[in-house]
Every structure is written in C-alpha cells, then in structure tokens.
Design a protein around this ligand. Sequence first.
Ligand code: HEM
Ligand SMILES: *[C@@H]1O[C@H](CO)[C@@H](O)[C@H](O)[C@H]1NC(C)=O
Length: 317
Amino acid sequence: MAFSSFKFSFYLFLVFLLGIASAQLSTNFYSTSCPRAISTIKSAVNSAVAKEARMGASLLRLHFHDCFVQGCDASVLLDDTSGFTGEKTAFPNANSLRGFDVIDTIKSQVESLCPGVVSCSDIIAVAARDSVVALGGPSWPVQLGRRDSTTASLSSANSDLPGPGSDLSALITAFSNKGFTANEMVALSGSHTIGQARCTNFRTRIYNEANINSTYATSLQANCPNSGGDDNLAPLDTTTPKFFDNAYFKNLLSQKGLLHSDQQLFNGGSTDSQVTTYSNNLVSFKTDFANAMVKMSNLSPLTGTSGQIRTNCRKVN
Ligand code: HEM
Ligand SMILES: *[C@@H]1O[C@H](CO)[C@@H](O)[C@H](O)[C@H]1NC(C)=O
C-alpha cells in the first residue's frame, strides 16, 4: 500500500516534470537539434544591419509587434490570403513594419541546415536581440522553444498595440494589460533610441503641440509638410538614431521626443524621474531594458504540442 502510493506519487512527479519541460523555454533548446541555428541568425542580422542600420530597429520592432498580439508566436509574419486575414494590415503595422525579407532569408538558411526544427517566432526573438547588440546595445539570454501560431488577430493588433497619440495613462494601461509595470514600459520605450517614424505619426505634434522644442519642431517641418509627405521619415532619436544608447531619454529632457507618446514619458508626470535617471545612467537603462526584453519575449509562447514549426514564415503549413 505504502509502496504503490509511493509509485503513484512518483508517477505524478514525472507528469509534473514533463509538464514543466513542455511549458518552458530554454536557452539551449536547439543545442542538439540545430546547433548552428543561433550563429546563423546572428551572421544574417549582422550583415543586414551592416547594409542598413535601420534594419536593426525594424527587427526589434517586429518582435514587439509579434509578442503584444497573442504572444510571441510569429502571428505577425502571416500574409493575408483570400481565406486568411493576418495582422499586416492593422493600423500599427500597415506600410510600417519592416524586416520580413530578412526573416525569410534567415528561415531559408536555417531550414537548409535543419528542416522543420527552428520556429519563426524563435528566429524573430533572436534577431531582435542580435539587432540591439549590433547597434551597440545590451545583450540578453533568449529563451527558445516557442512554436508558431496557425492563427493571427487583426483586431488584437489594432487594440493591443499602443498608438503614437497615446497619453501616459494609455501607455501605462497598454503595457499593464500585458503584465508590465510602468517602469518596464519606460525602459522598453528606450527602443526609440534607434529607427525612424513616418510624418503621419508626428505631424500633429510638430505643428500643434506646446511641449516640443521649437527649434526641433521647425527643423522637422521642412520634411513633414502640413499636408502630403505622409511617409517621409524622421529619426526617433534626433542625435544618434543608429546607435543603441540613452540619447532618447536625454532628448526627452529638452522636449525633443518625436512622437506625442514619447514626450508623454517626460511631461510633468509619474515617469519623469525615471527618464531623468536613464538620461544620466546608461548602465541602468541597459540593464532594465535587457530584463524587460526577456520578459517581453516570454509572453505566452506556444510550447509542447501546440502550434507548429512553419516551413515558410509567411504561411501556415
Ligand atoms: C510605448 C509605446 C509605443 C508606441 C506608442 C510606439 C509607436 C511607434 C511608432 C508610431 C513608430 C513609427 C512607425 C512608423 O512611423 O511607421 C515606432 C517605431 C519604432 N518602435 Fe515603437 N512604440 C512603442 C513602444 C515600442 C517598444 C516597446 C519597442 C520595442 C521593444 C518599440 C520599437 C520601435 C522601433 C525600433 C521603431 C523604429 C522602427 C523602424 O525604424 O523600422 N516601440 N513606434
Ligand atoms: C531646444 O533646442 C536647441 C537646439 O538644439 C537648444 O539649444 C535649446 O536649449 C533647446 N531648448 C530647450 C527649452 O530645451
């Protein structure tokens, strides 16, 4: 009796261990199944960023837009077809998200090394980390073993990704909905120390807002007219847009946030002191950013037998 109950508990323990193994990601997930996957992704990212620094920013943003919409499951990569609606036409994504070709290139390289093994969602997560490193930012351990979705959600992409017109309270809420503190939201917003935005997303700010440096506003107006030029670009960090540093926060102190949502982080509210700290302390920004990225890249992954390993990142197998 005692022995069989021991056996039963041991059986439960094994089931429990299996449950953990299938629900959790690990940094060495591909170490035997595809040992060259991680270095292959890194080389491809390095050459894409060497060709165009902005691609590093675009790949980082792709990971954010993947993870905030039904978790980090590569749902963002699925193309629309006659019978399938993906996320690419959502307001935050349309005519804006970039880097799909780089992901395709990486996927085909990794497929020829180890067919059917490495997920598209893991490729995005590693590419985002390698992009930040390539631009001089911090590194972080990327947990692996995510699987790819067979679904996407246009409506969640429209509702869950914060827009550039958001006030501080809306930003805090959007991140809190995904389990992030306001501090983590501020750290993650430091991503805007790299990359570019379109005129349509900052026009209202540079013509109508009061909390913007007037010299800066005037200089932006030259390439972002009152009407037309919607797709004209300006750097999110006016000083060092190709370098992952804390200049984004320094800019906010002199009212040089490009988006309304950027300047909200330093506008007399609860996040001002953290912006000041990051503007003075590069190490604390990098540390907090890396920790928040680890958390972001763990948002509801598909593991075990859910989802699939897509052969082509743009479509369900
Ligand atoms: C806090 C709320 C956020 C808002 C409202 C926001 C909004 C935006 C907008 C409107 C753009 C420009 C898009 C365009 O004009 O086509 C942009 C670019 C970008 N965002 Fe955010 N974002 C936020 C947070 C984040 C986070 C958390 C990350 C990454 C972890 C991120 C990474 C980027 C990057 C790297 C770019 C430049 C992309 C490129 O040059 O291709 N953003 N964001
Ligand atoms: C606005 O920007 C100019 C030029 O960069 C700078 O000299 C000035 O100090 C800024 N003004 C404020 C209020 O921060």
